[in-house]
Design a binder for this molecule. Sequence first.
Ligand SMILES: Nc1ncnc2c1ncn2[C@@H]1O[C@H](COP(=O)(O)OP(=O)(O)O)[C@@H](O)[C@H]1O
Ligand SMILES: [Mg+2]
Length: 415
Amino acid sequence: MDSLKDVIEDAIHGTTVFERINALNPDYIPKNLPHREIQIRELTVNFRDILINPGSTSVRVVITGKTGTGKTVTAKKFGEIFSEIAKEKGLKIFYLHINCHRQRTLYLILMEIARQLNLQIPNRGLSSQETFKLIYDYLDKRNIQLILALDEFDYFISTSPVEDIYFLVRIYDELNALVKRIHYIFILREMSSLASLDKSIKDHVIKNIIEFHPYTSSDLFDILDDRIKTEKAFREGAVPEETIKFIADIYGVDKGGNGNARLAIETLELAGKIADTEGSPQVSIDHAKKANSKINPELSIIIDTIKDLDLHQLLVVKAIMNLHKKEGVDFFPMGRVEEEYNLVSRELGAPPRKHTQLFEYIRKLKLMGLIVARQSGKGMRGRTTLISLSVPLSTEFEDLINNEIRDKLLQQNNY
Ligand SMILES: Nc1ncnc2c1ncn2[C@@H]1O[C@H](COP(=O)(O)OP(=O)(O)O)[C@@H](O)[C@H]1O
Ligand SMILES: [Mg+2]
């Protein structure tokens, strides 16, 4: 047996599937944003007036969508490129990104704006109005247009006094400034968080709403693929397509997932680390499953829902489990699952259900996130549905399923 020092040395010098692992950081801004081109276009159309006719209006845009739909990264990317283009045209358009969860009060938000602008604010307890005036004068003197992205704005709304919200949103009424220099991107998780506001504030905020929908499986595939290949997060060939597809299918909104790109990227990174730990040169579907069971908070809920499955649904799960064990591959055609299910049912003295019923079980199990199903490529016999468990096979999981089946059989025989 190796000494522990050997173990550690070995892991330090061991091979790795990663090439640029920092490209998987949550704060990393990639070169491309697959499936957000339309939103970037919408942002541009709304803001191009400041390029064409600076100072005439104050632009306000709302970005809304669930967690992990790319709101933050898209706003930042837009800001970065848009101000770059302005610079090329000899205009000063600055983009400032403020996280209202981090800067929790109006005061802190104003201080953060000043800090990002490199503007010193005297330390003698200025009011918000006074501070804002300093910021505005600074912009005015240097002829700067400011795009202010207020991220996690839901949070500001739910925690700040109405006067503060009013102040931030209606600044120009306070200032009487003729030249408009400040433009807004309000980033919200839920439009409903605006419900509590006065109509007058709402009218100021709700102008142009850009929606970010949860990602589908194929969207997520492209996002992961881009991180792997374009951003070179992994070594060439280290992540097979089927692994990417597997992760994309777990989170794709069209496959019953939450459409969250952050979780998909995290799962990919963790799967890579598990591959490294096992000394594997490739990230396999099994690594992805293990990563998923660690990351996916819903998994413990899945375990609970197993208790609600009826006997034949459990037998389907057992059949897939058997196939995984026997054949050691990741996906099985529907026909194989059906054969195995028929076999398992007969063995246990429970007459198997019909084909159509089996399809219904598979559909339910998929909705519950317990299995992943996908269409095969066009083979000789046309397309078939391929099925895999979404959780790694473990003795705990196996025991759980077997115990539940036993209980259900006992119950049945007692009645
Ligand atoms: N279209 C996309 N292309 C590439 N990466 C994306 C895309 N959408 C989201 N991401 C990545 O997913 C993670 C979550 O995105 P984020 O912008 O923080 O979502 P939100 O702000 O909506 O919660 C980030 O790491 C981000 O870089
Ligand atoms: Mg965000």
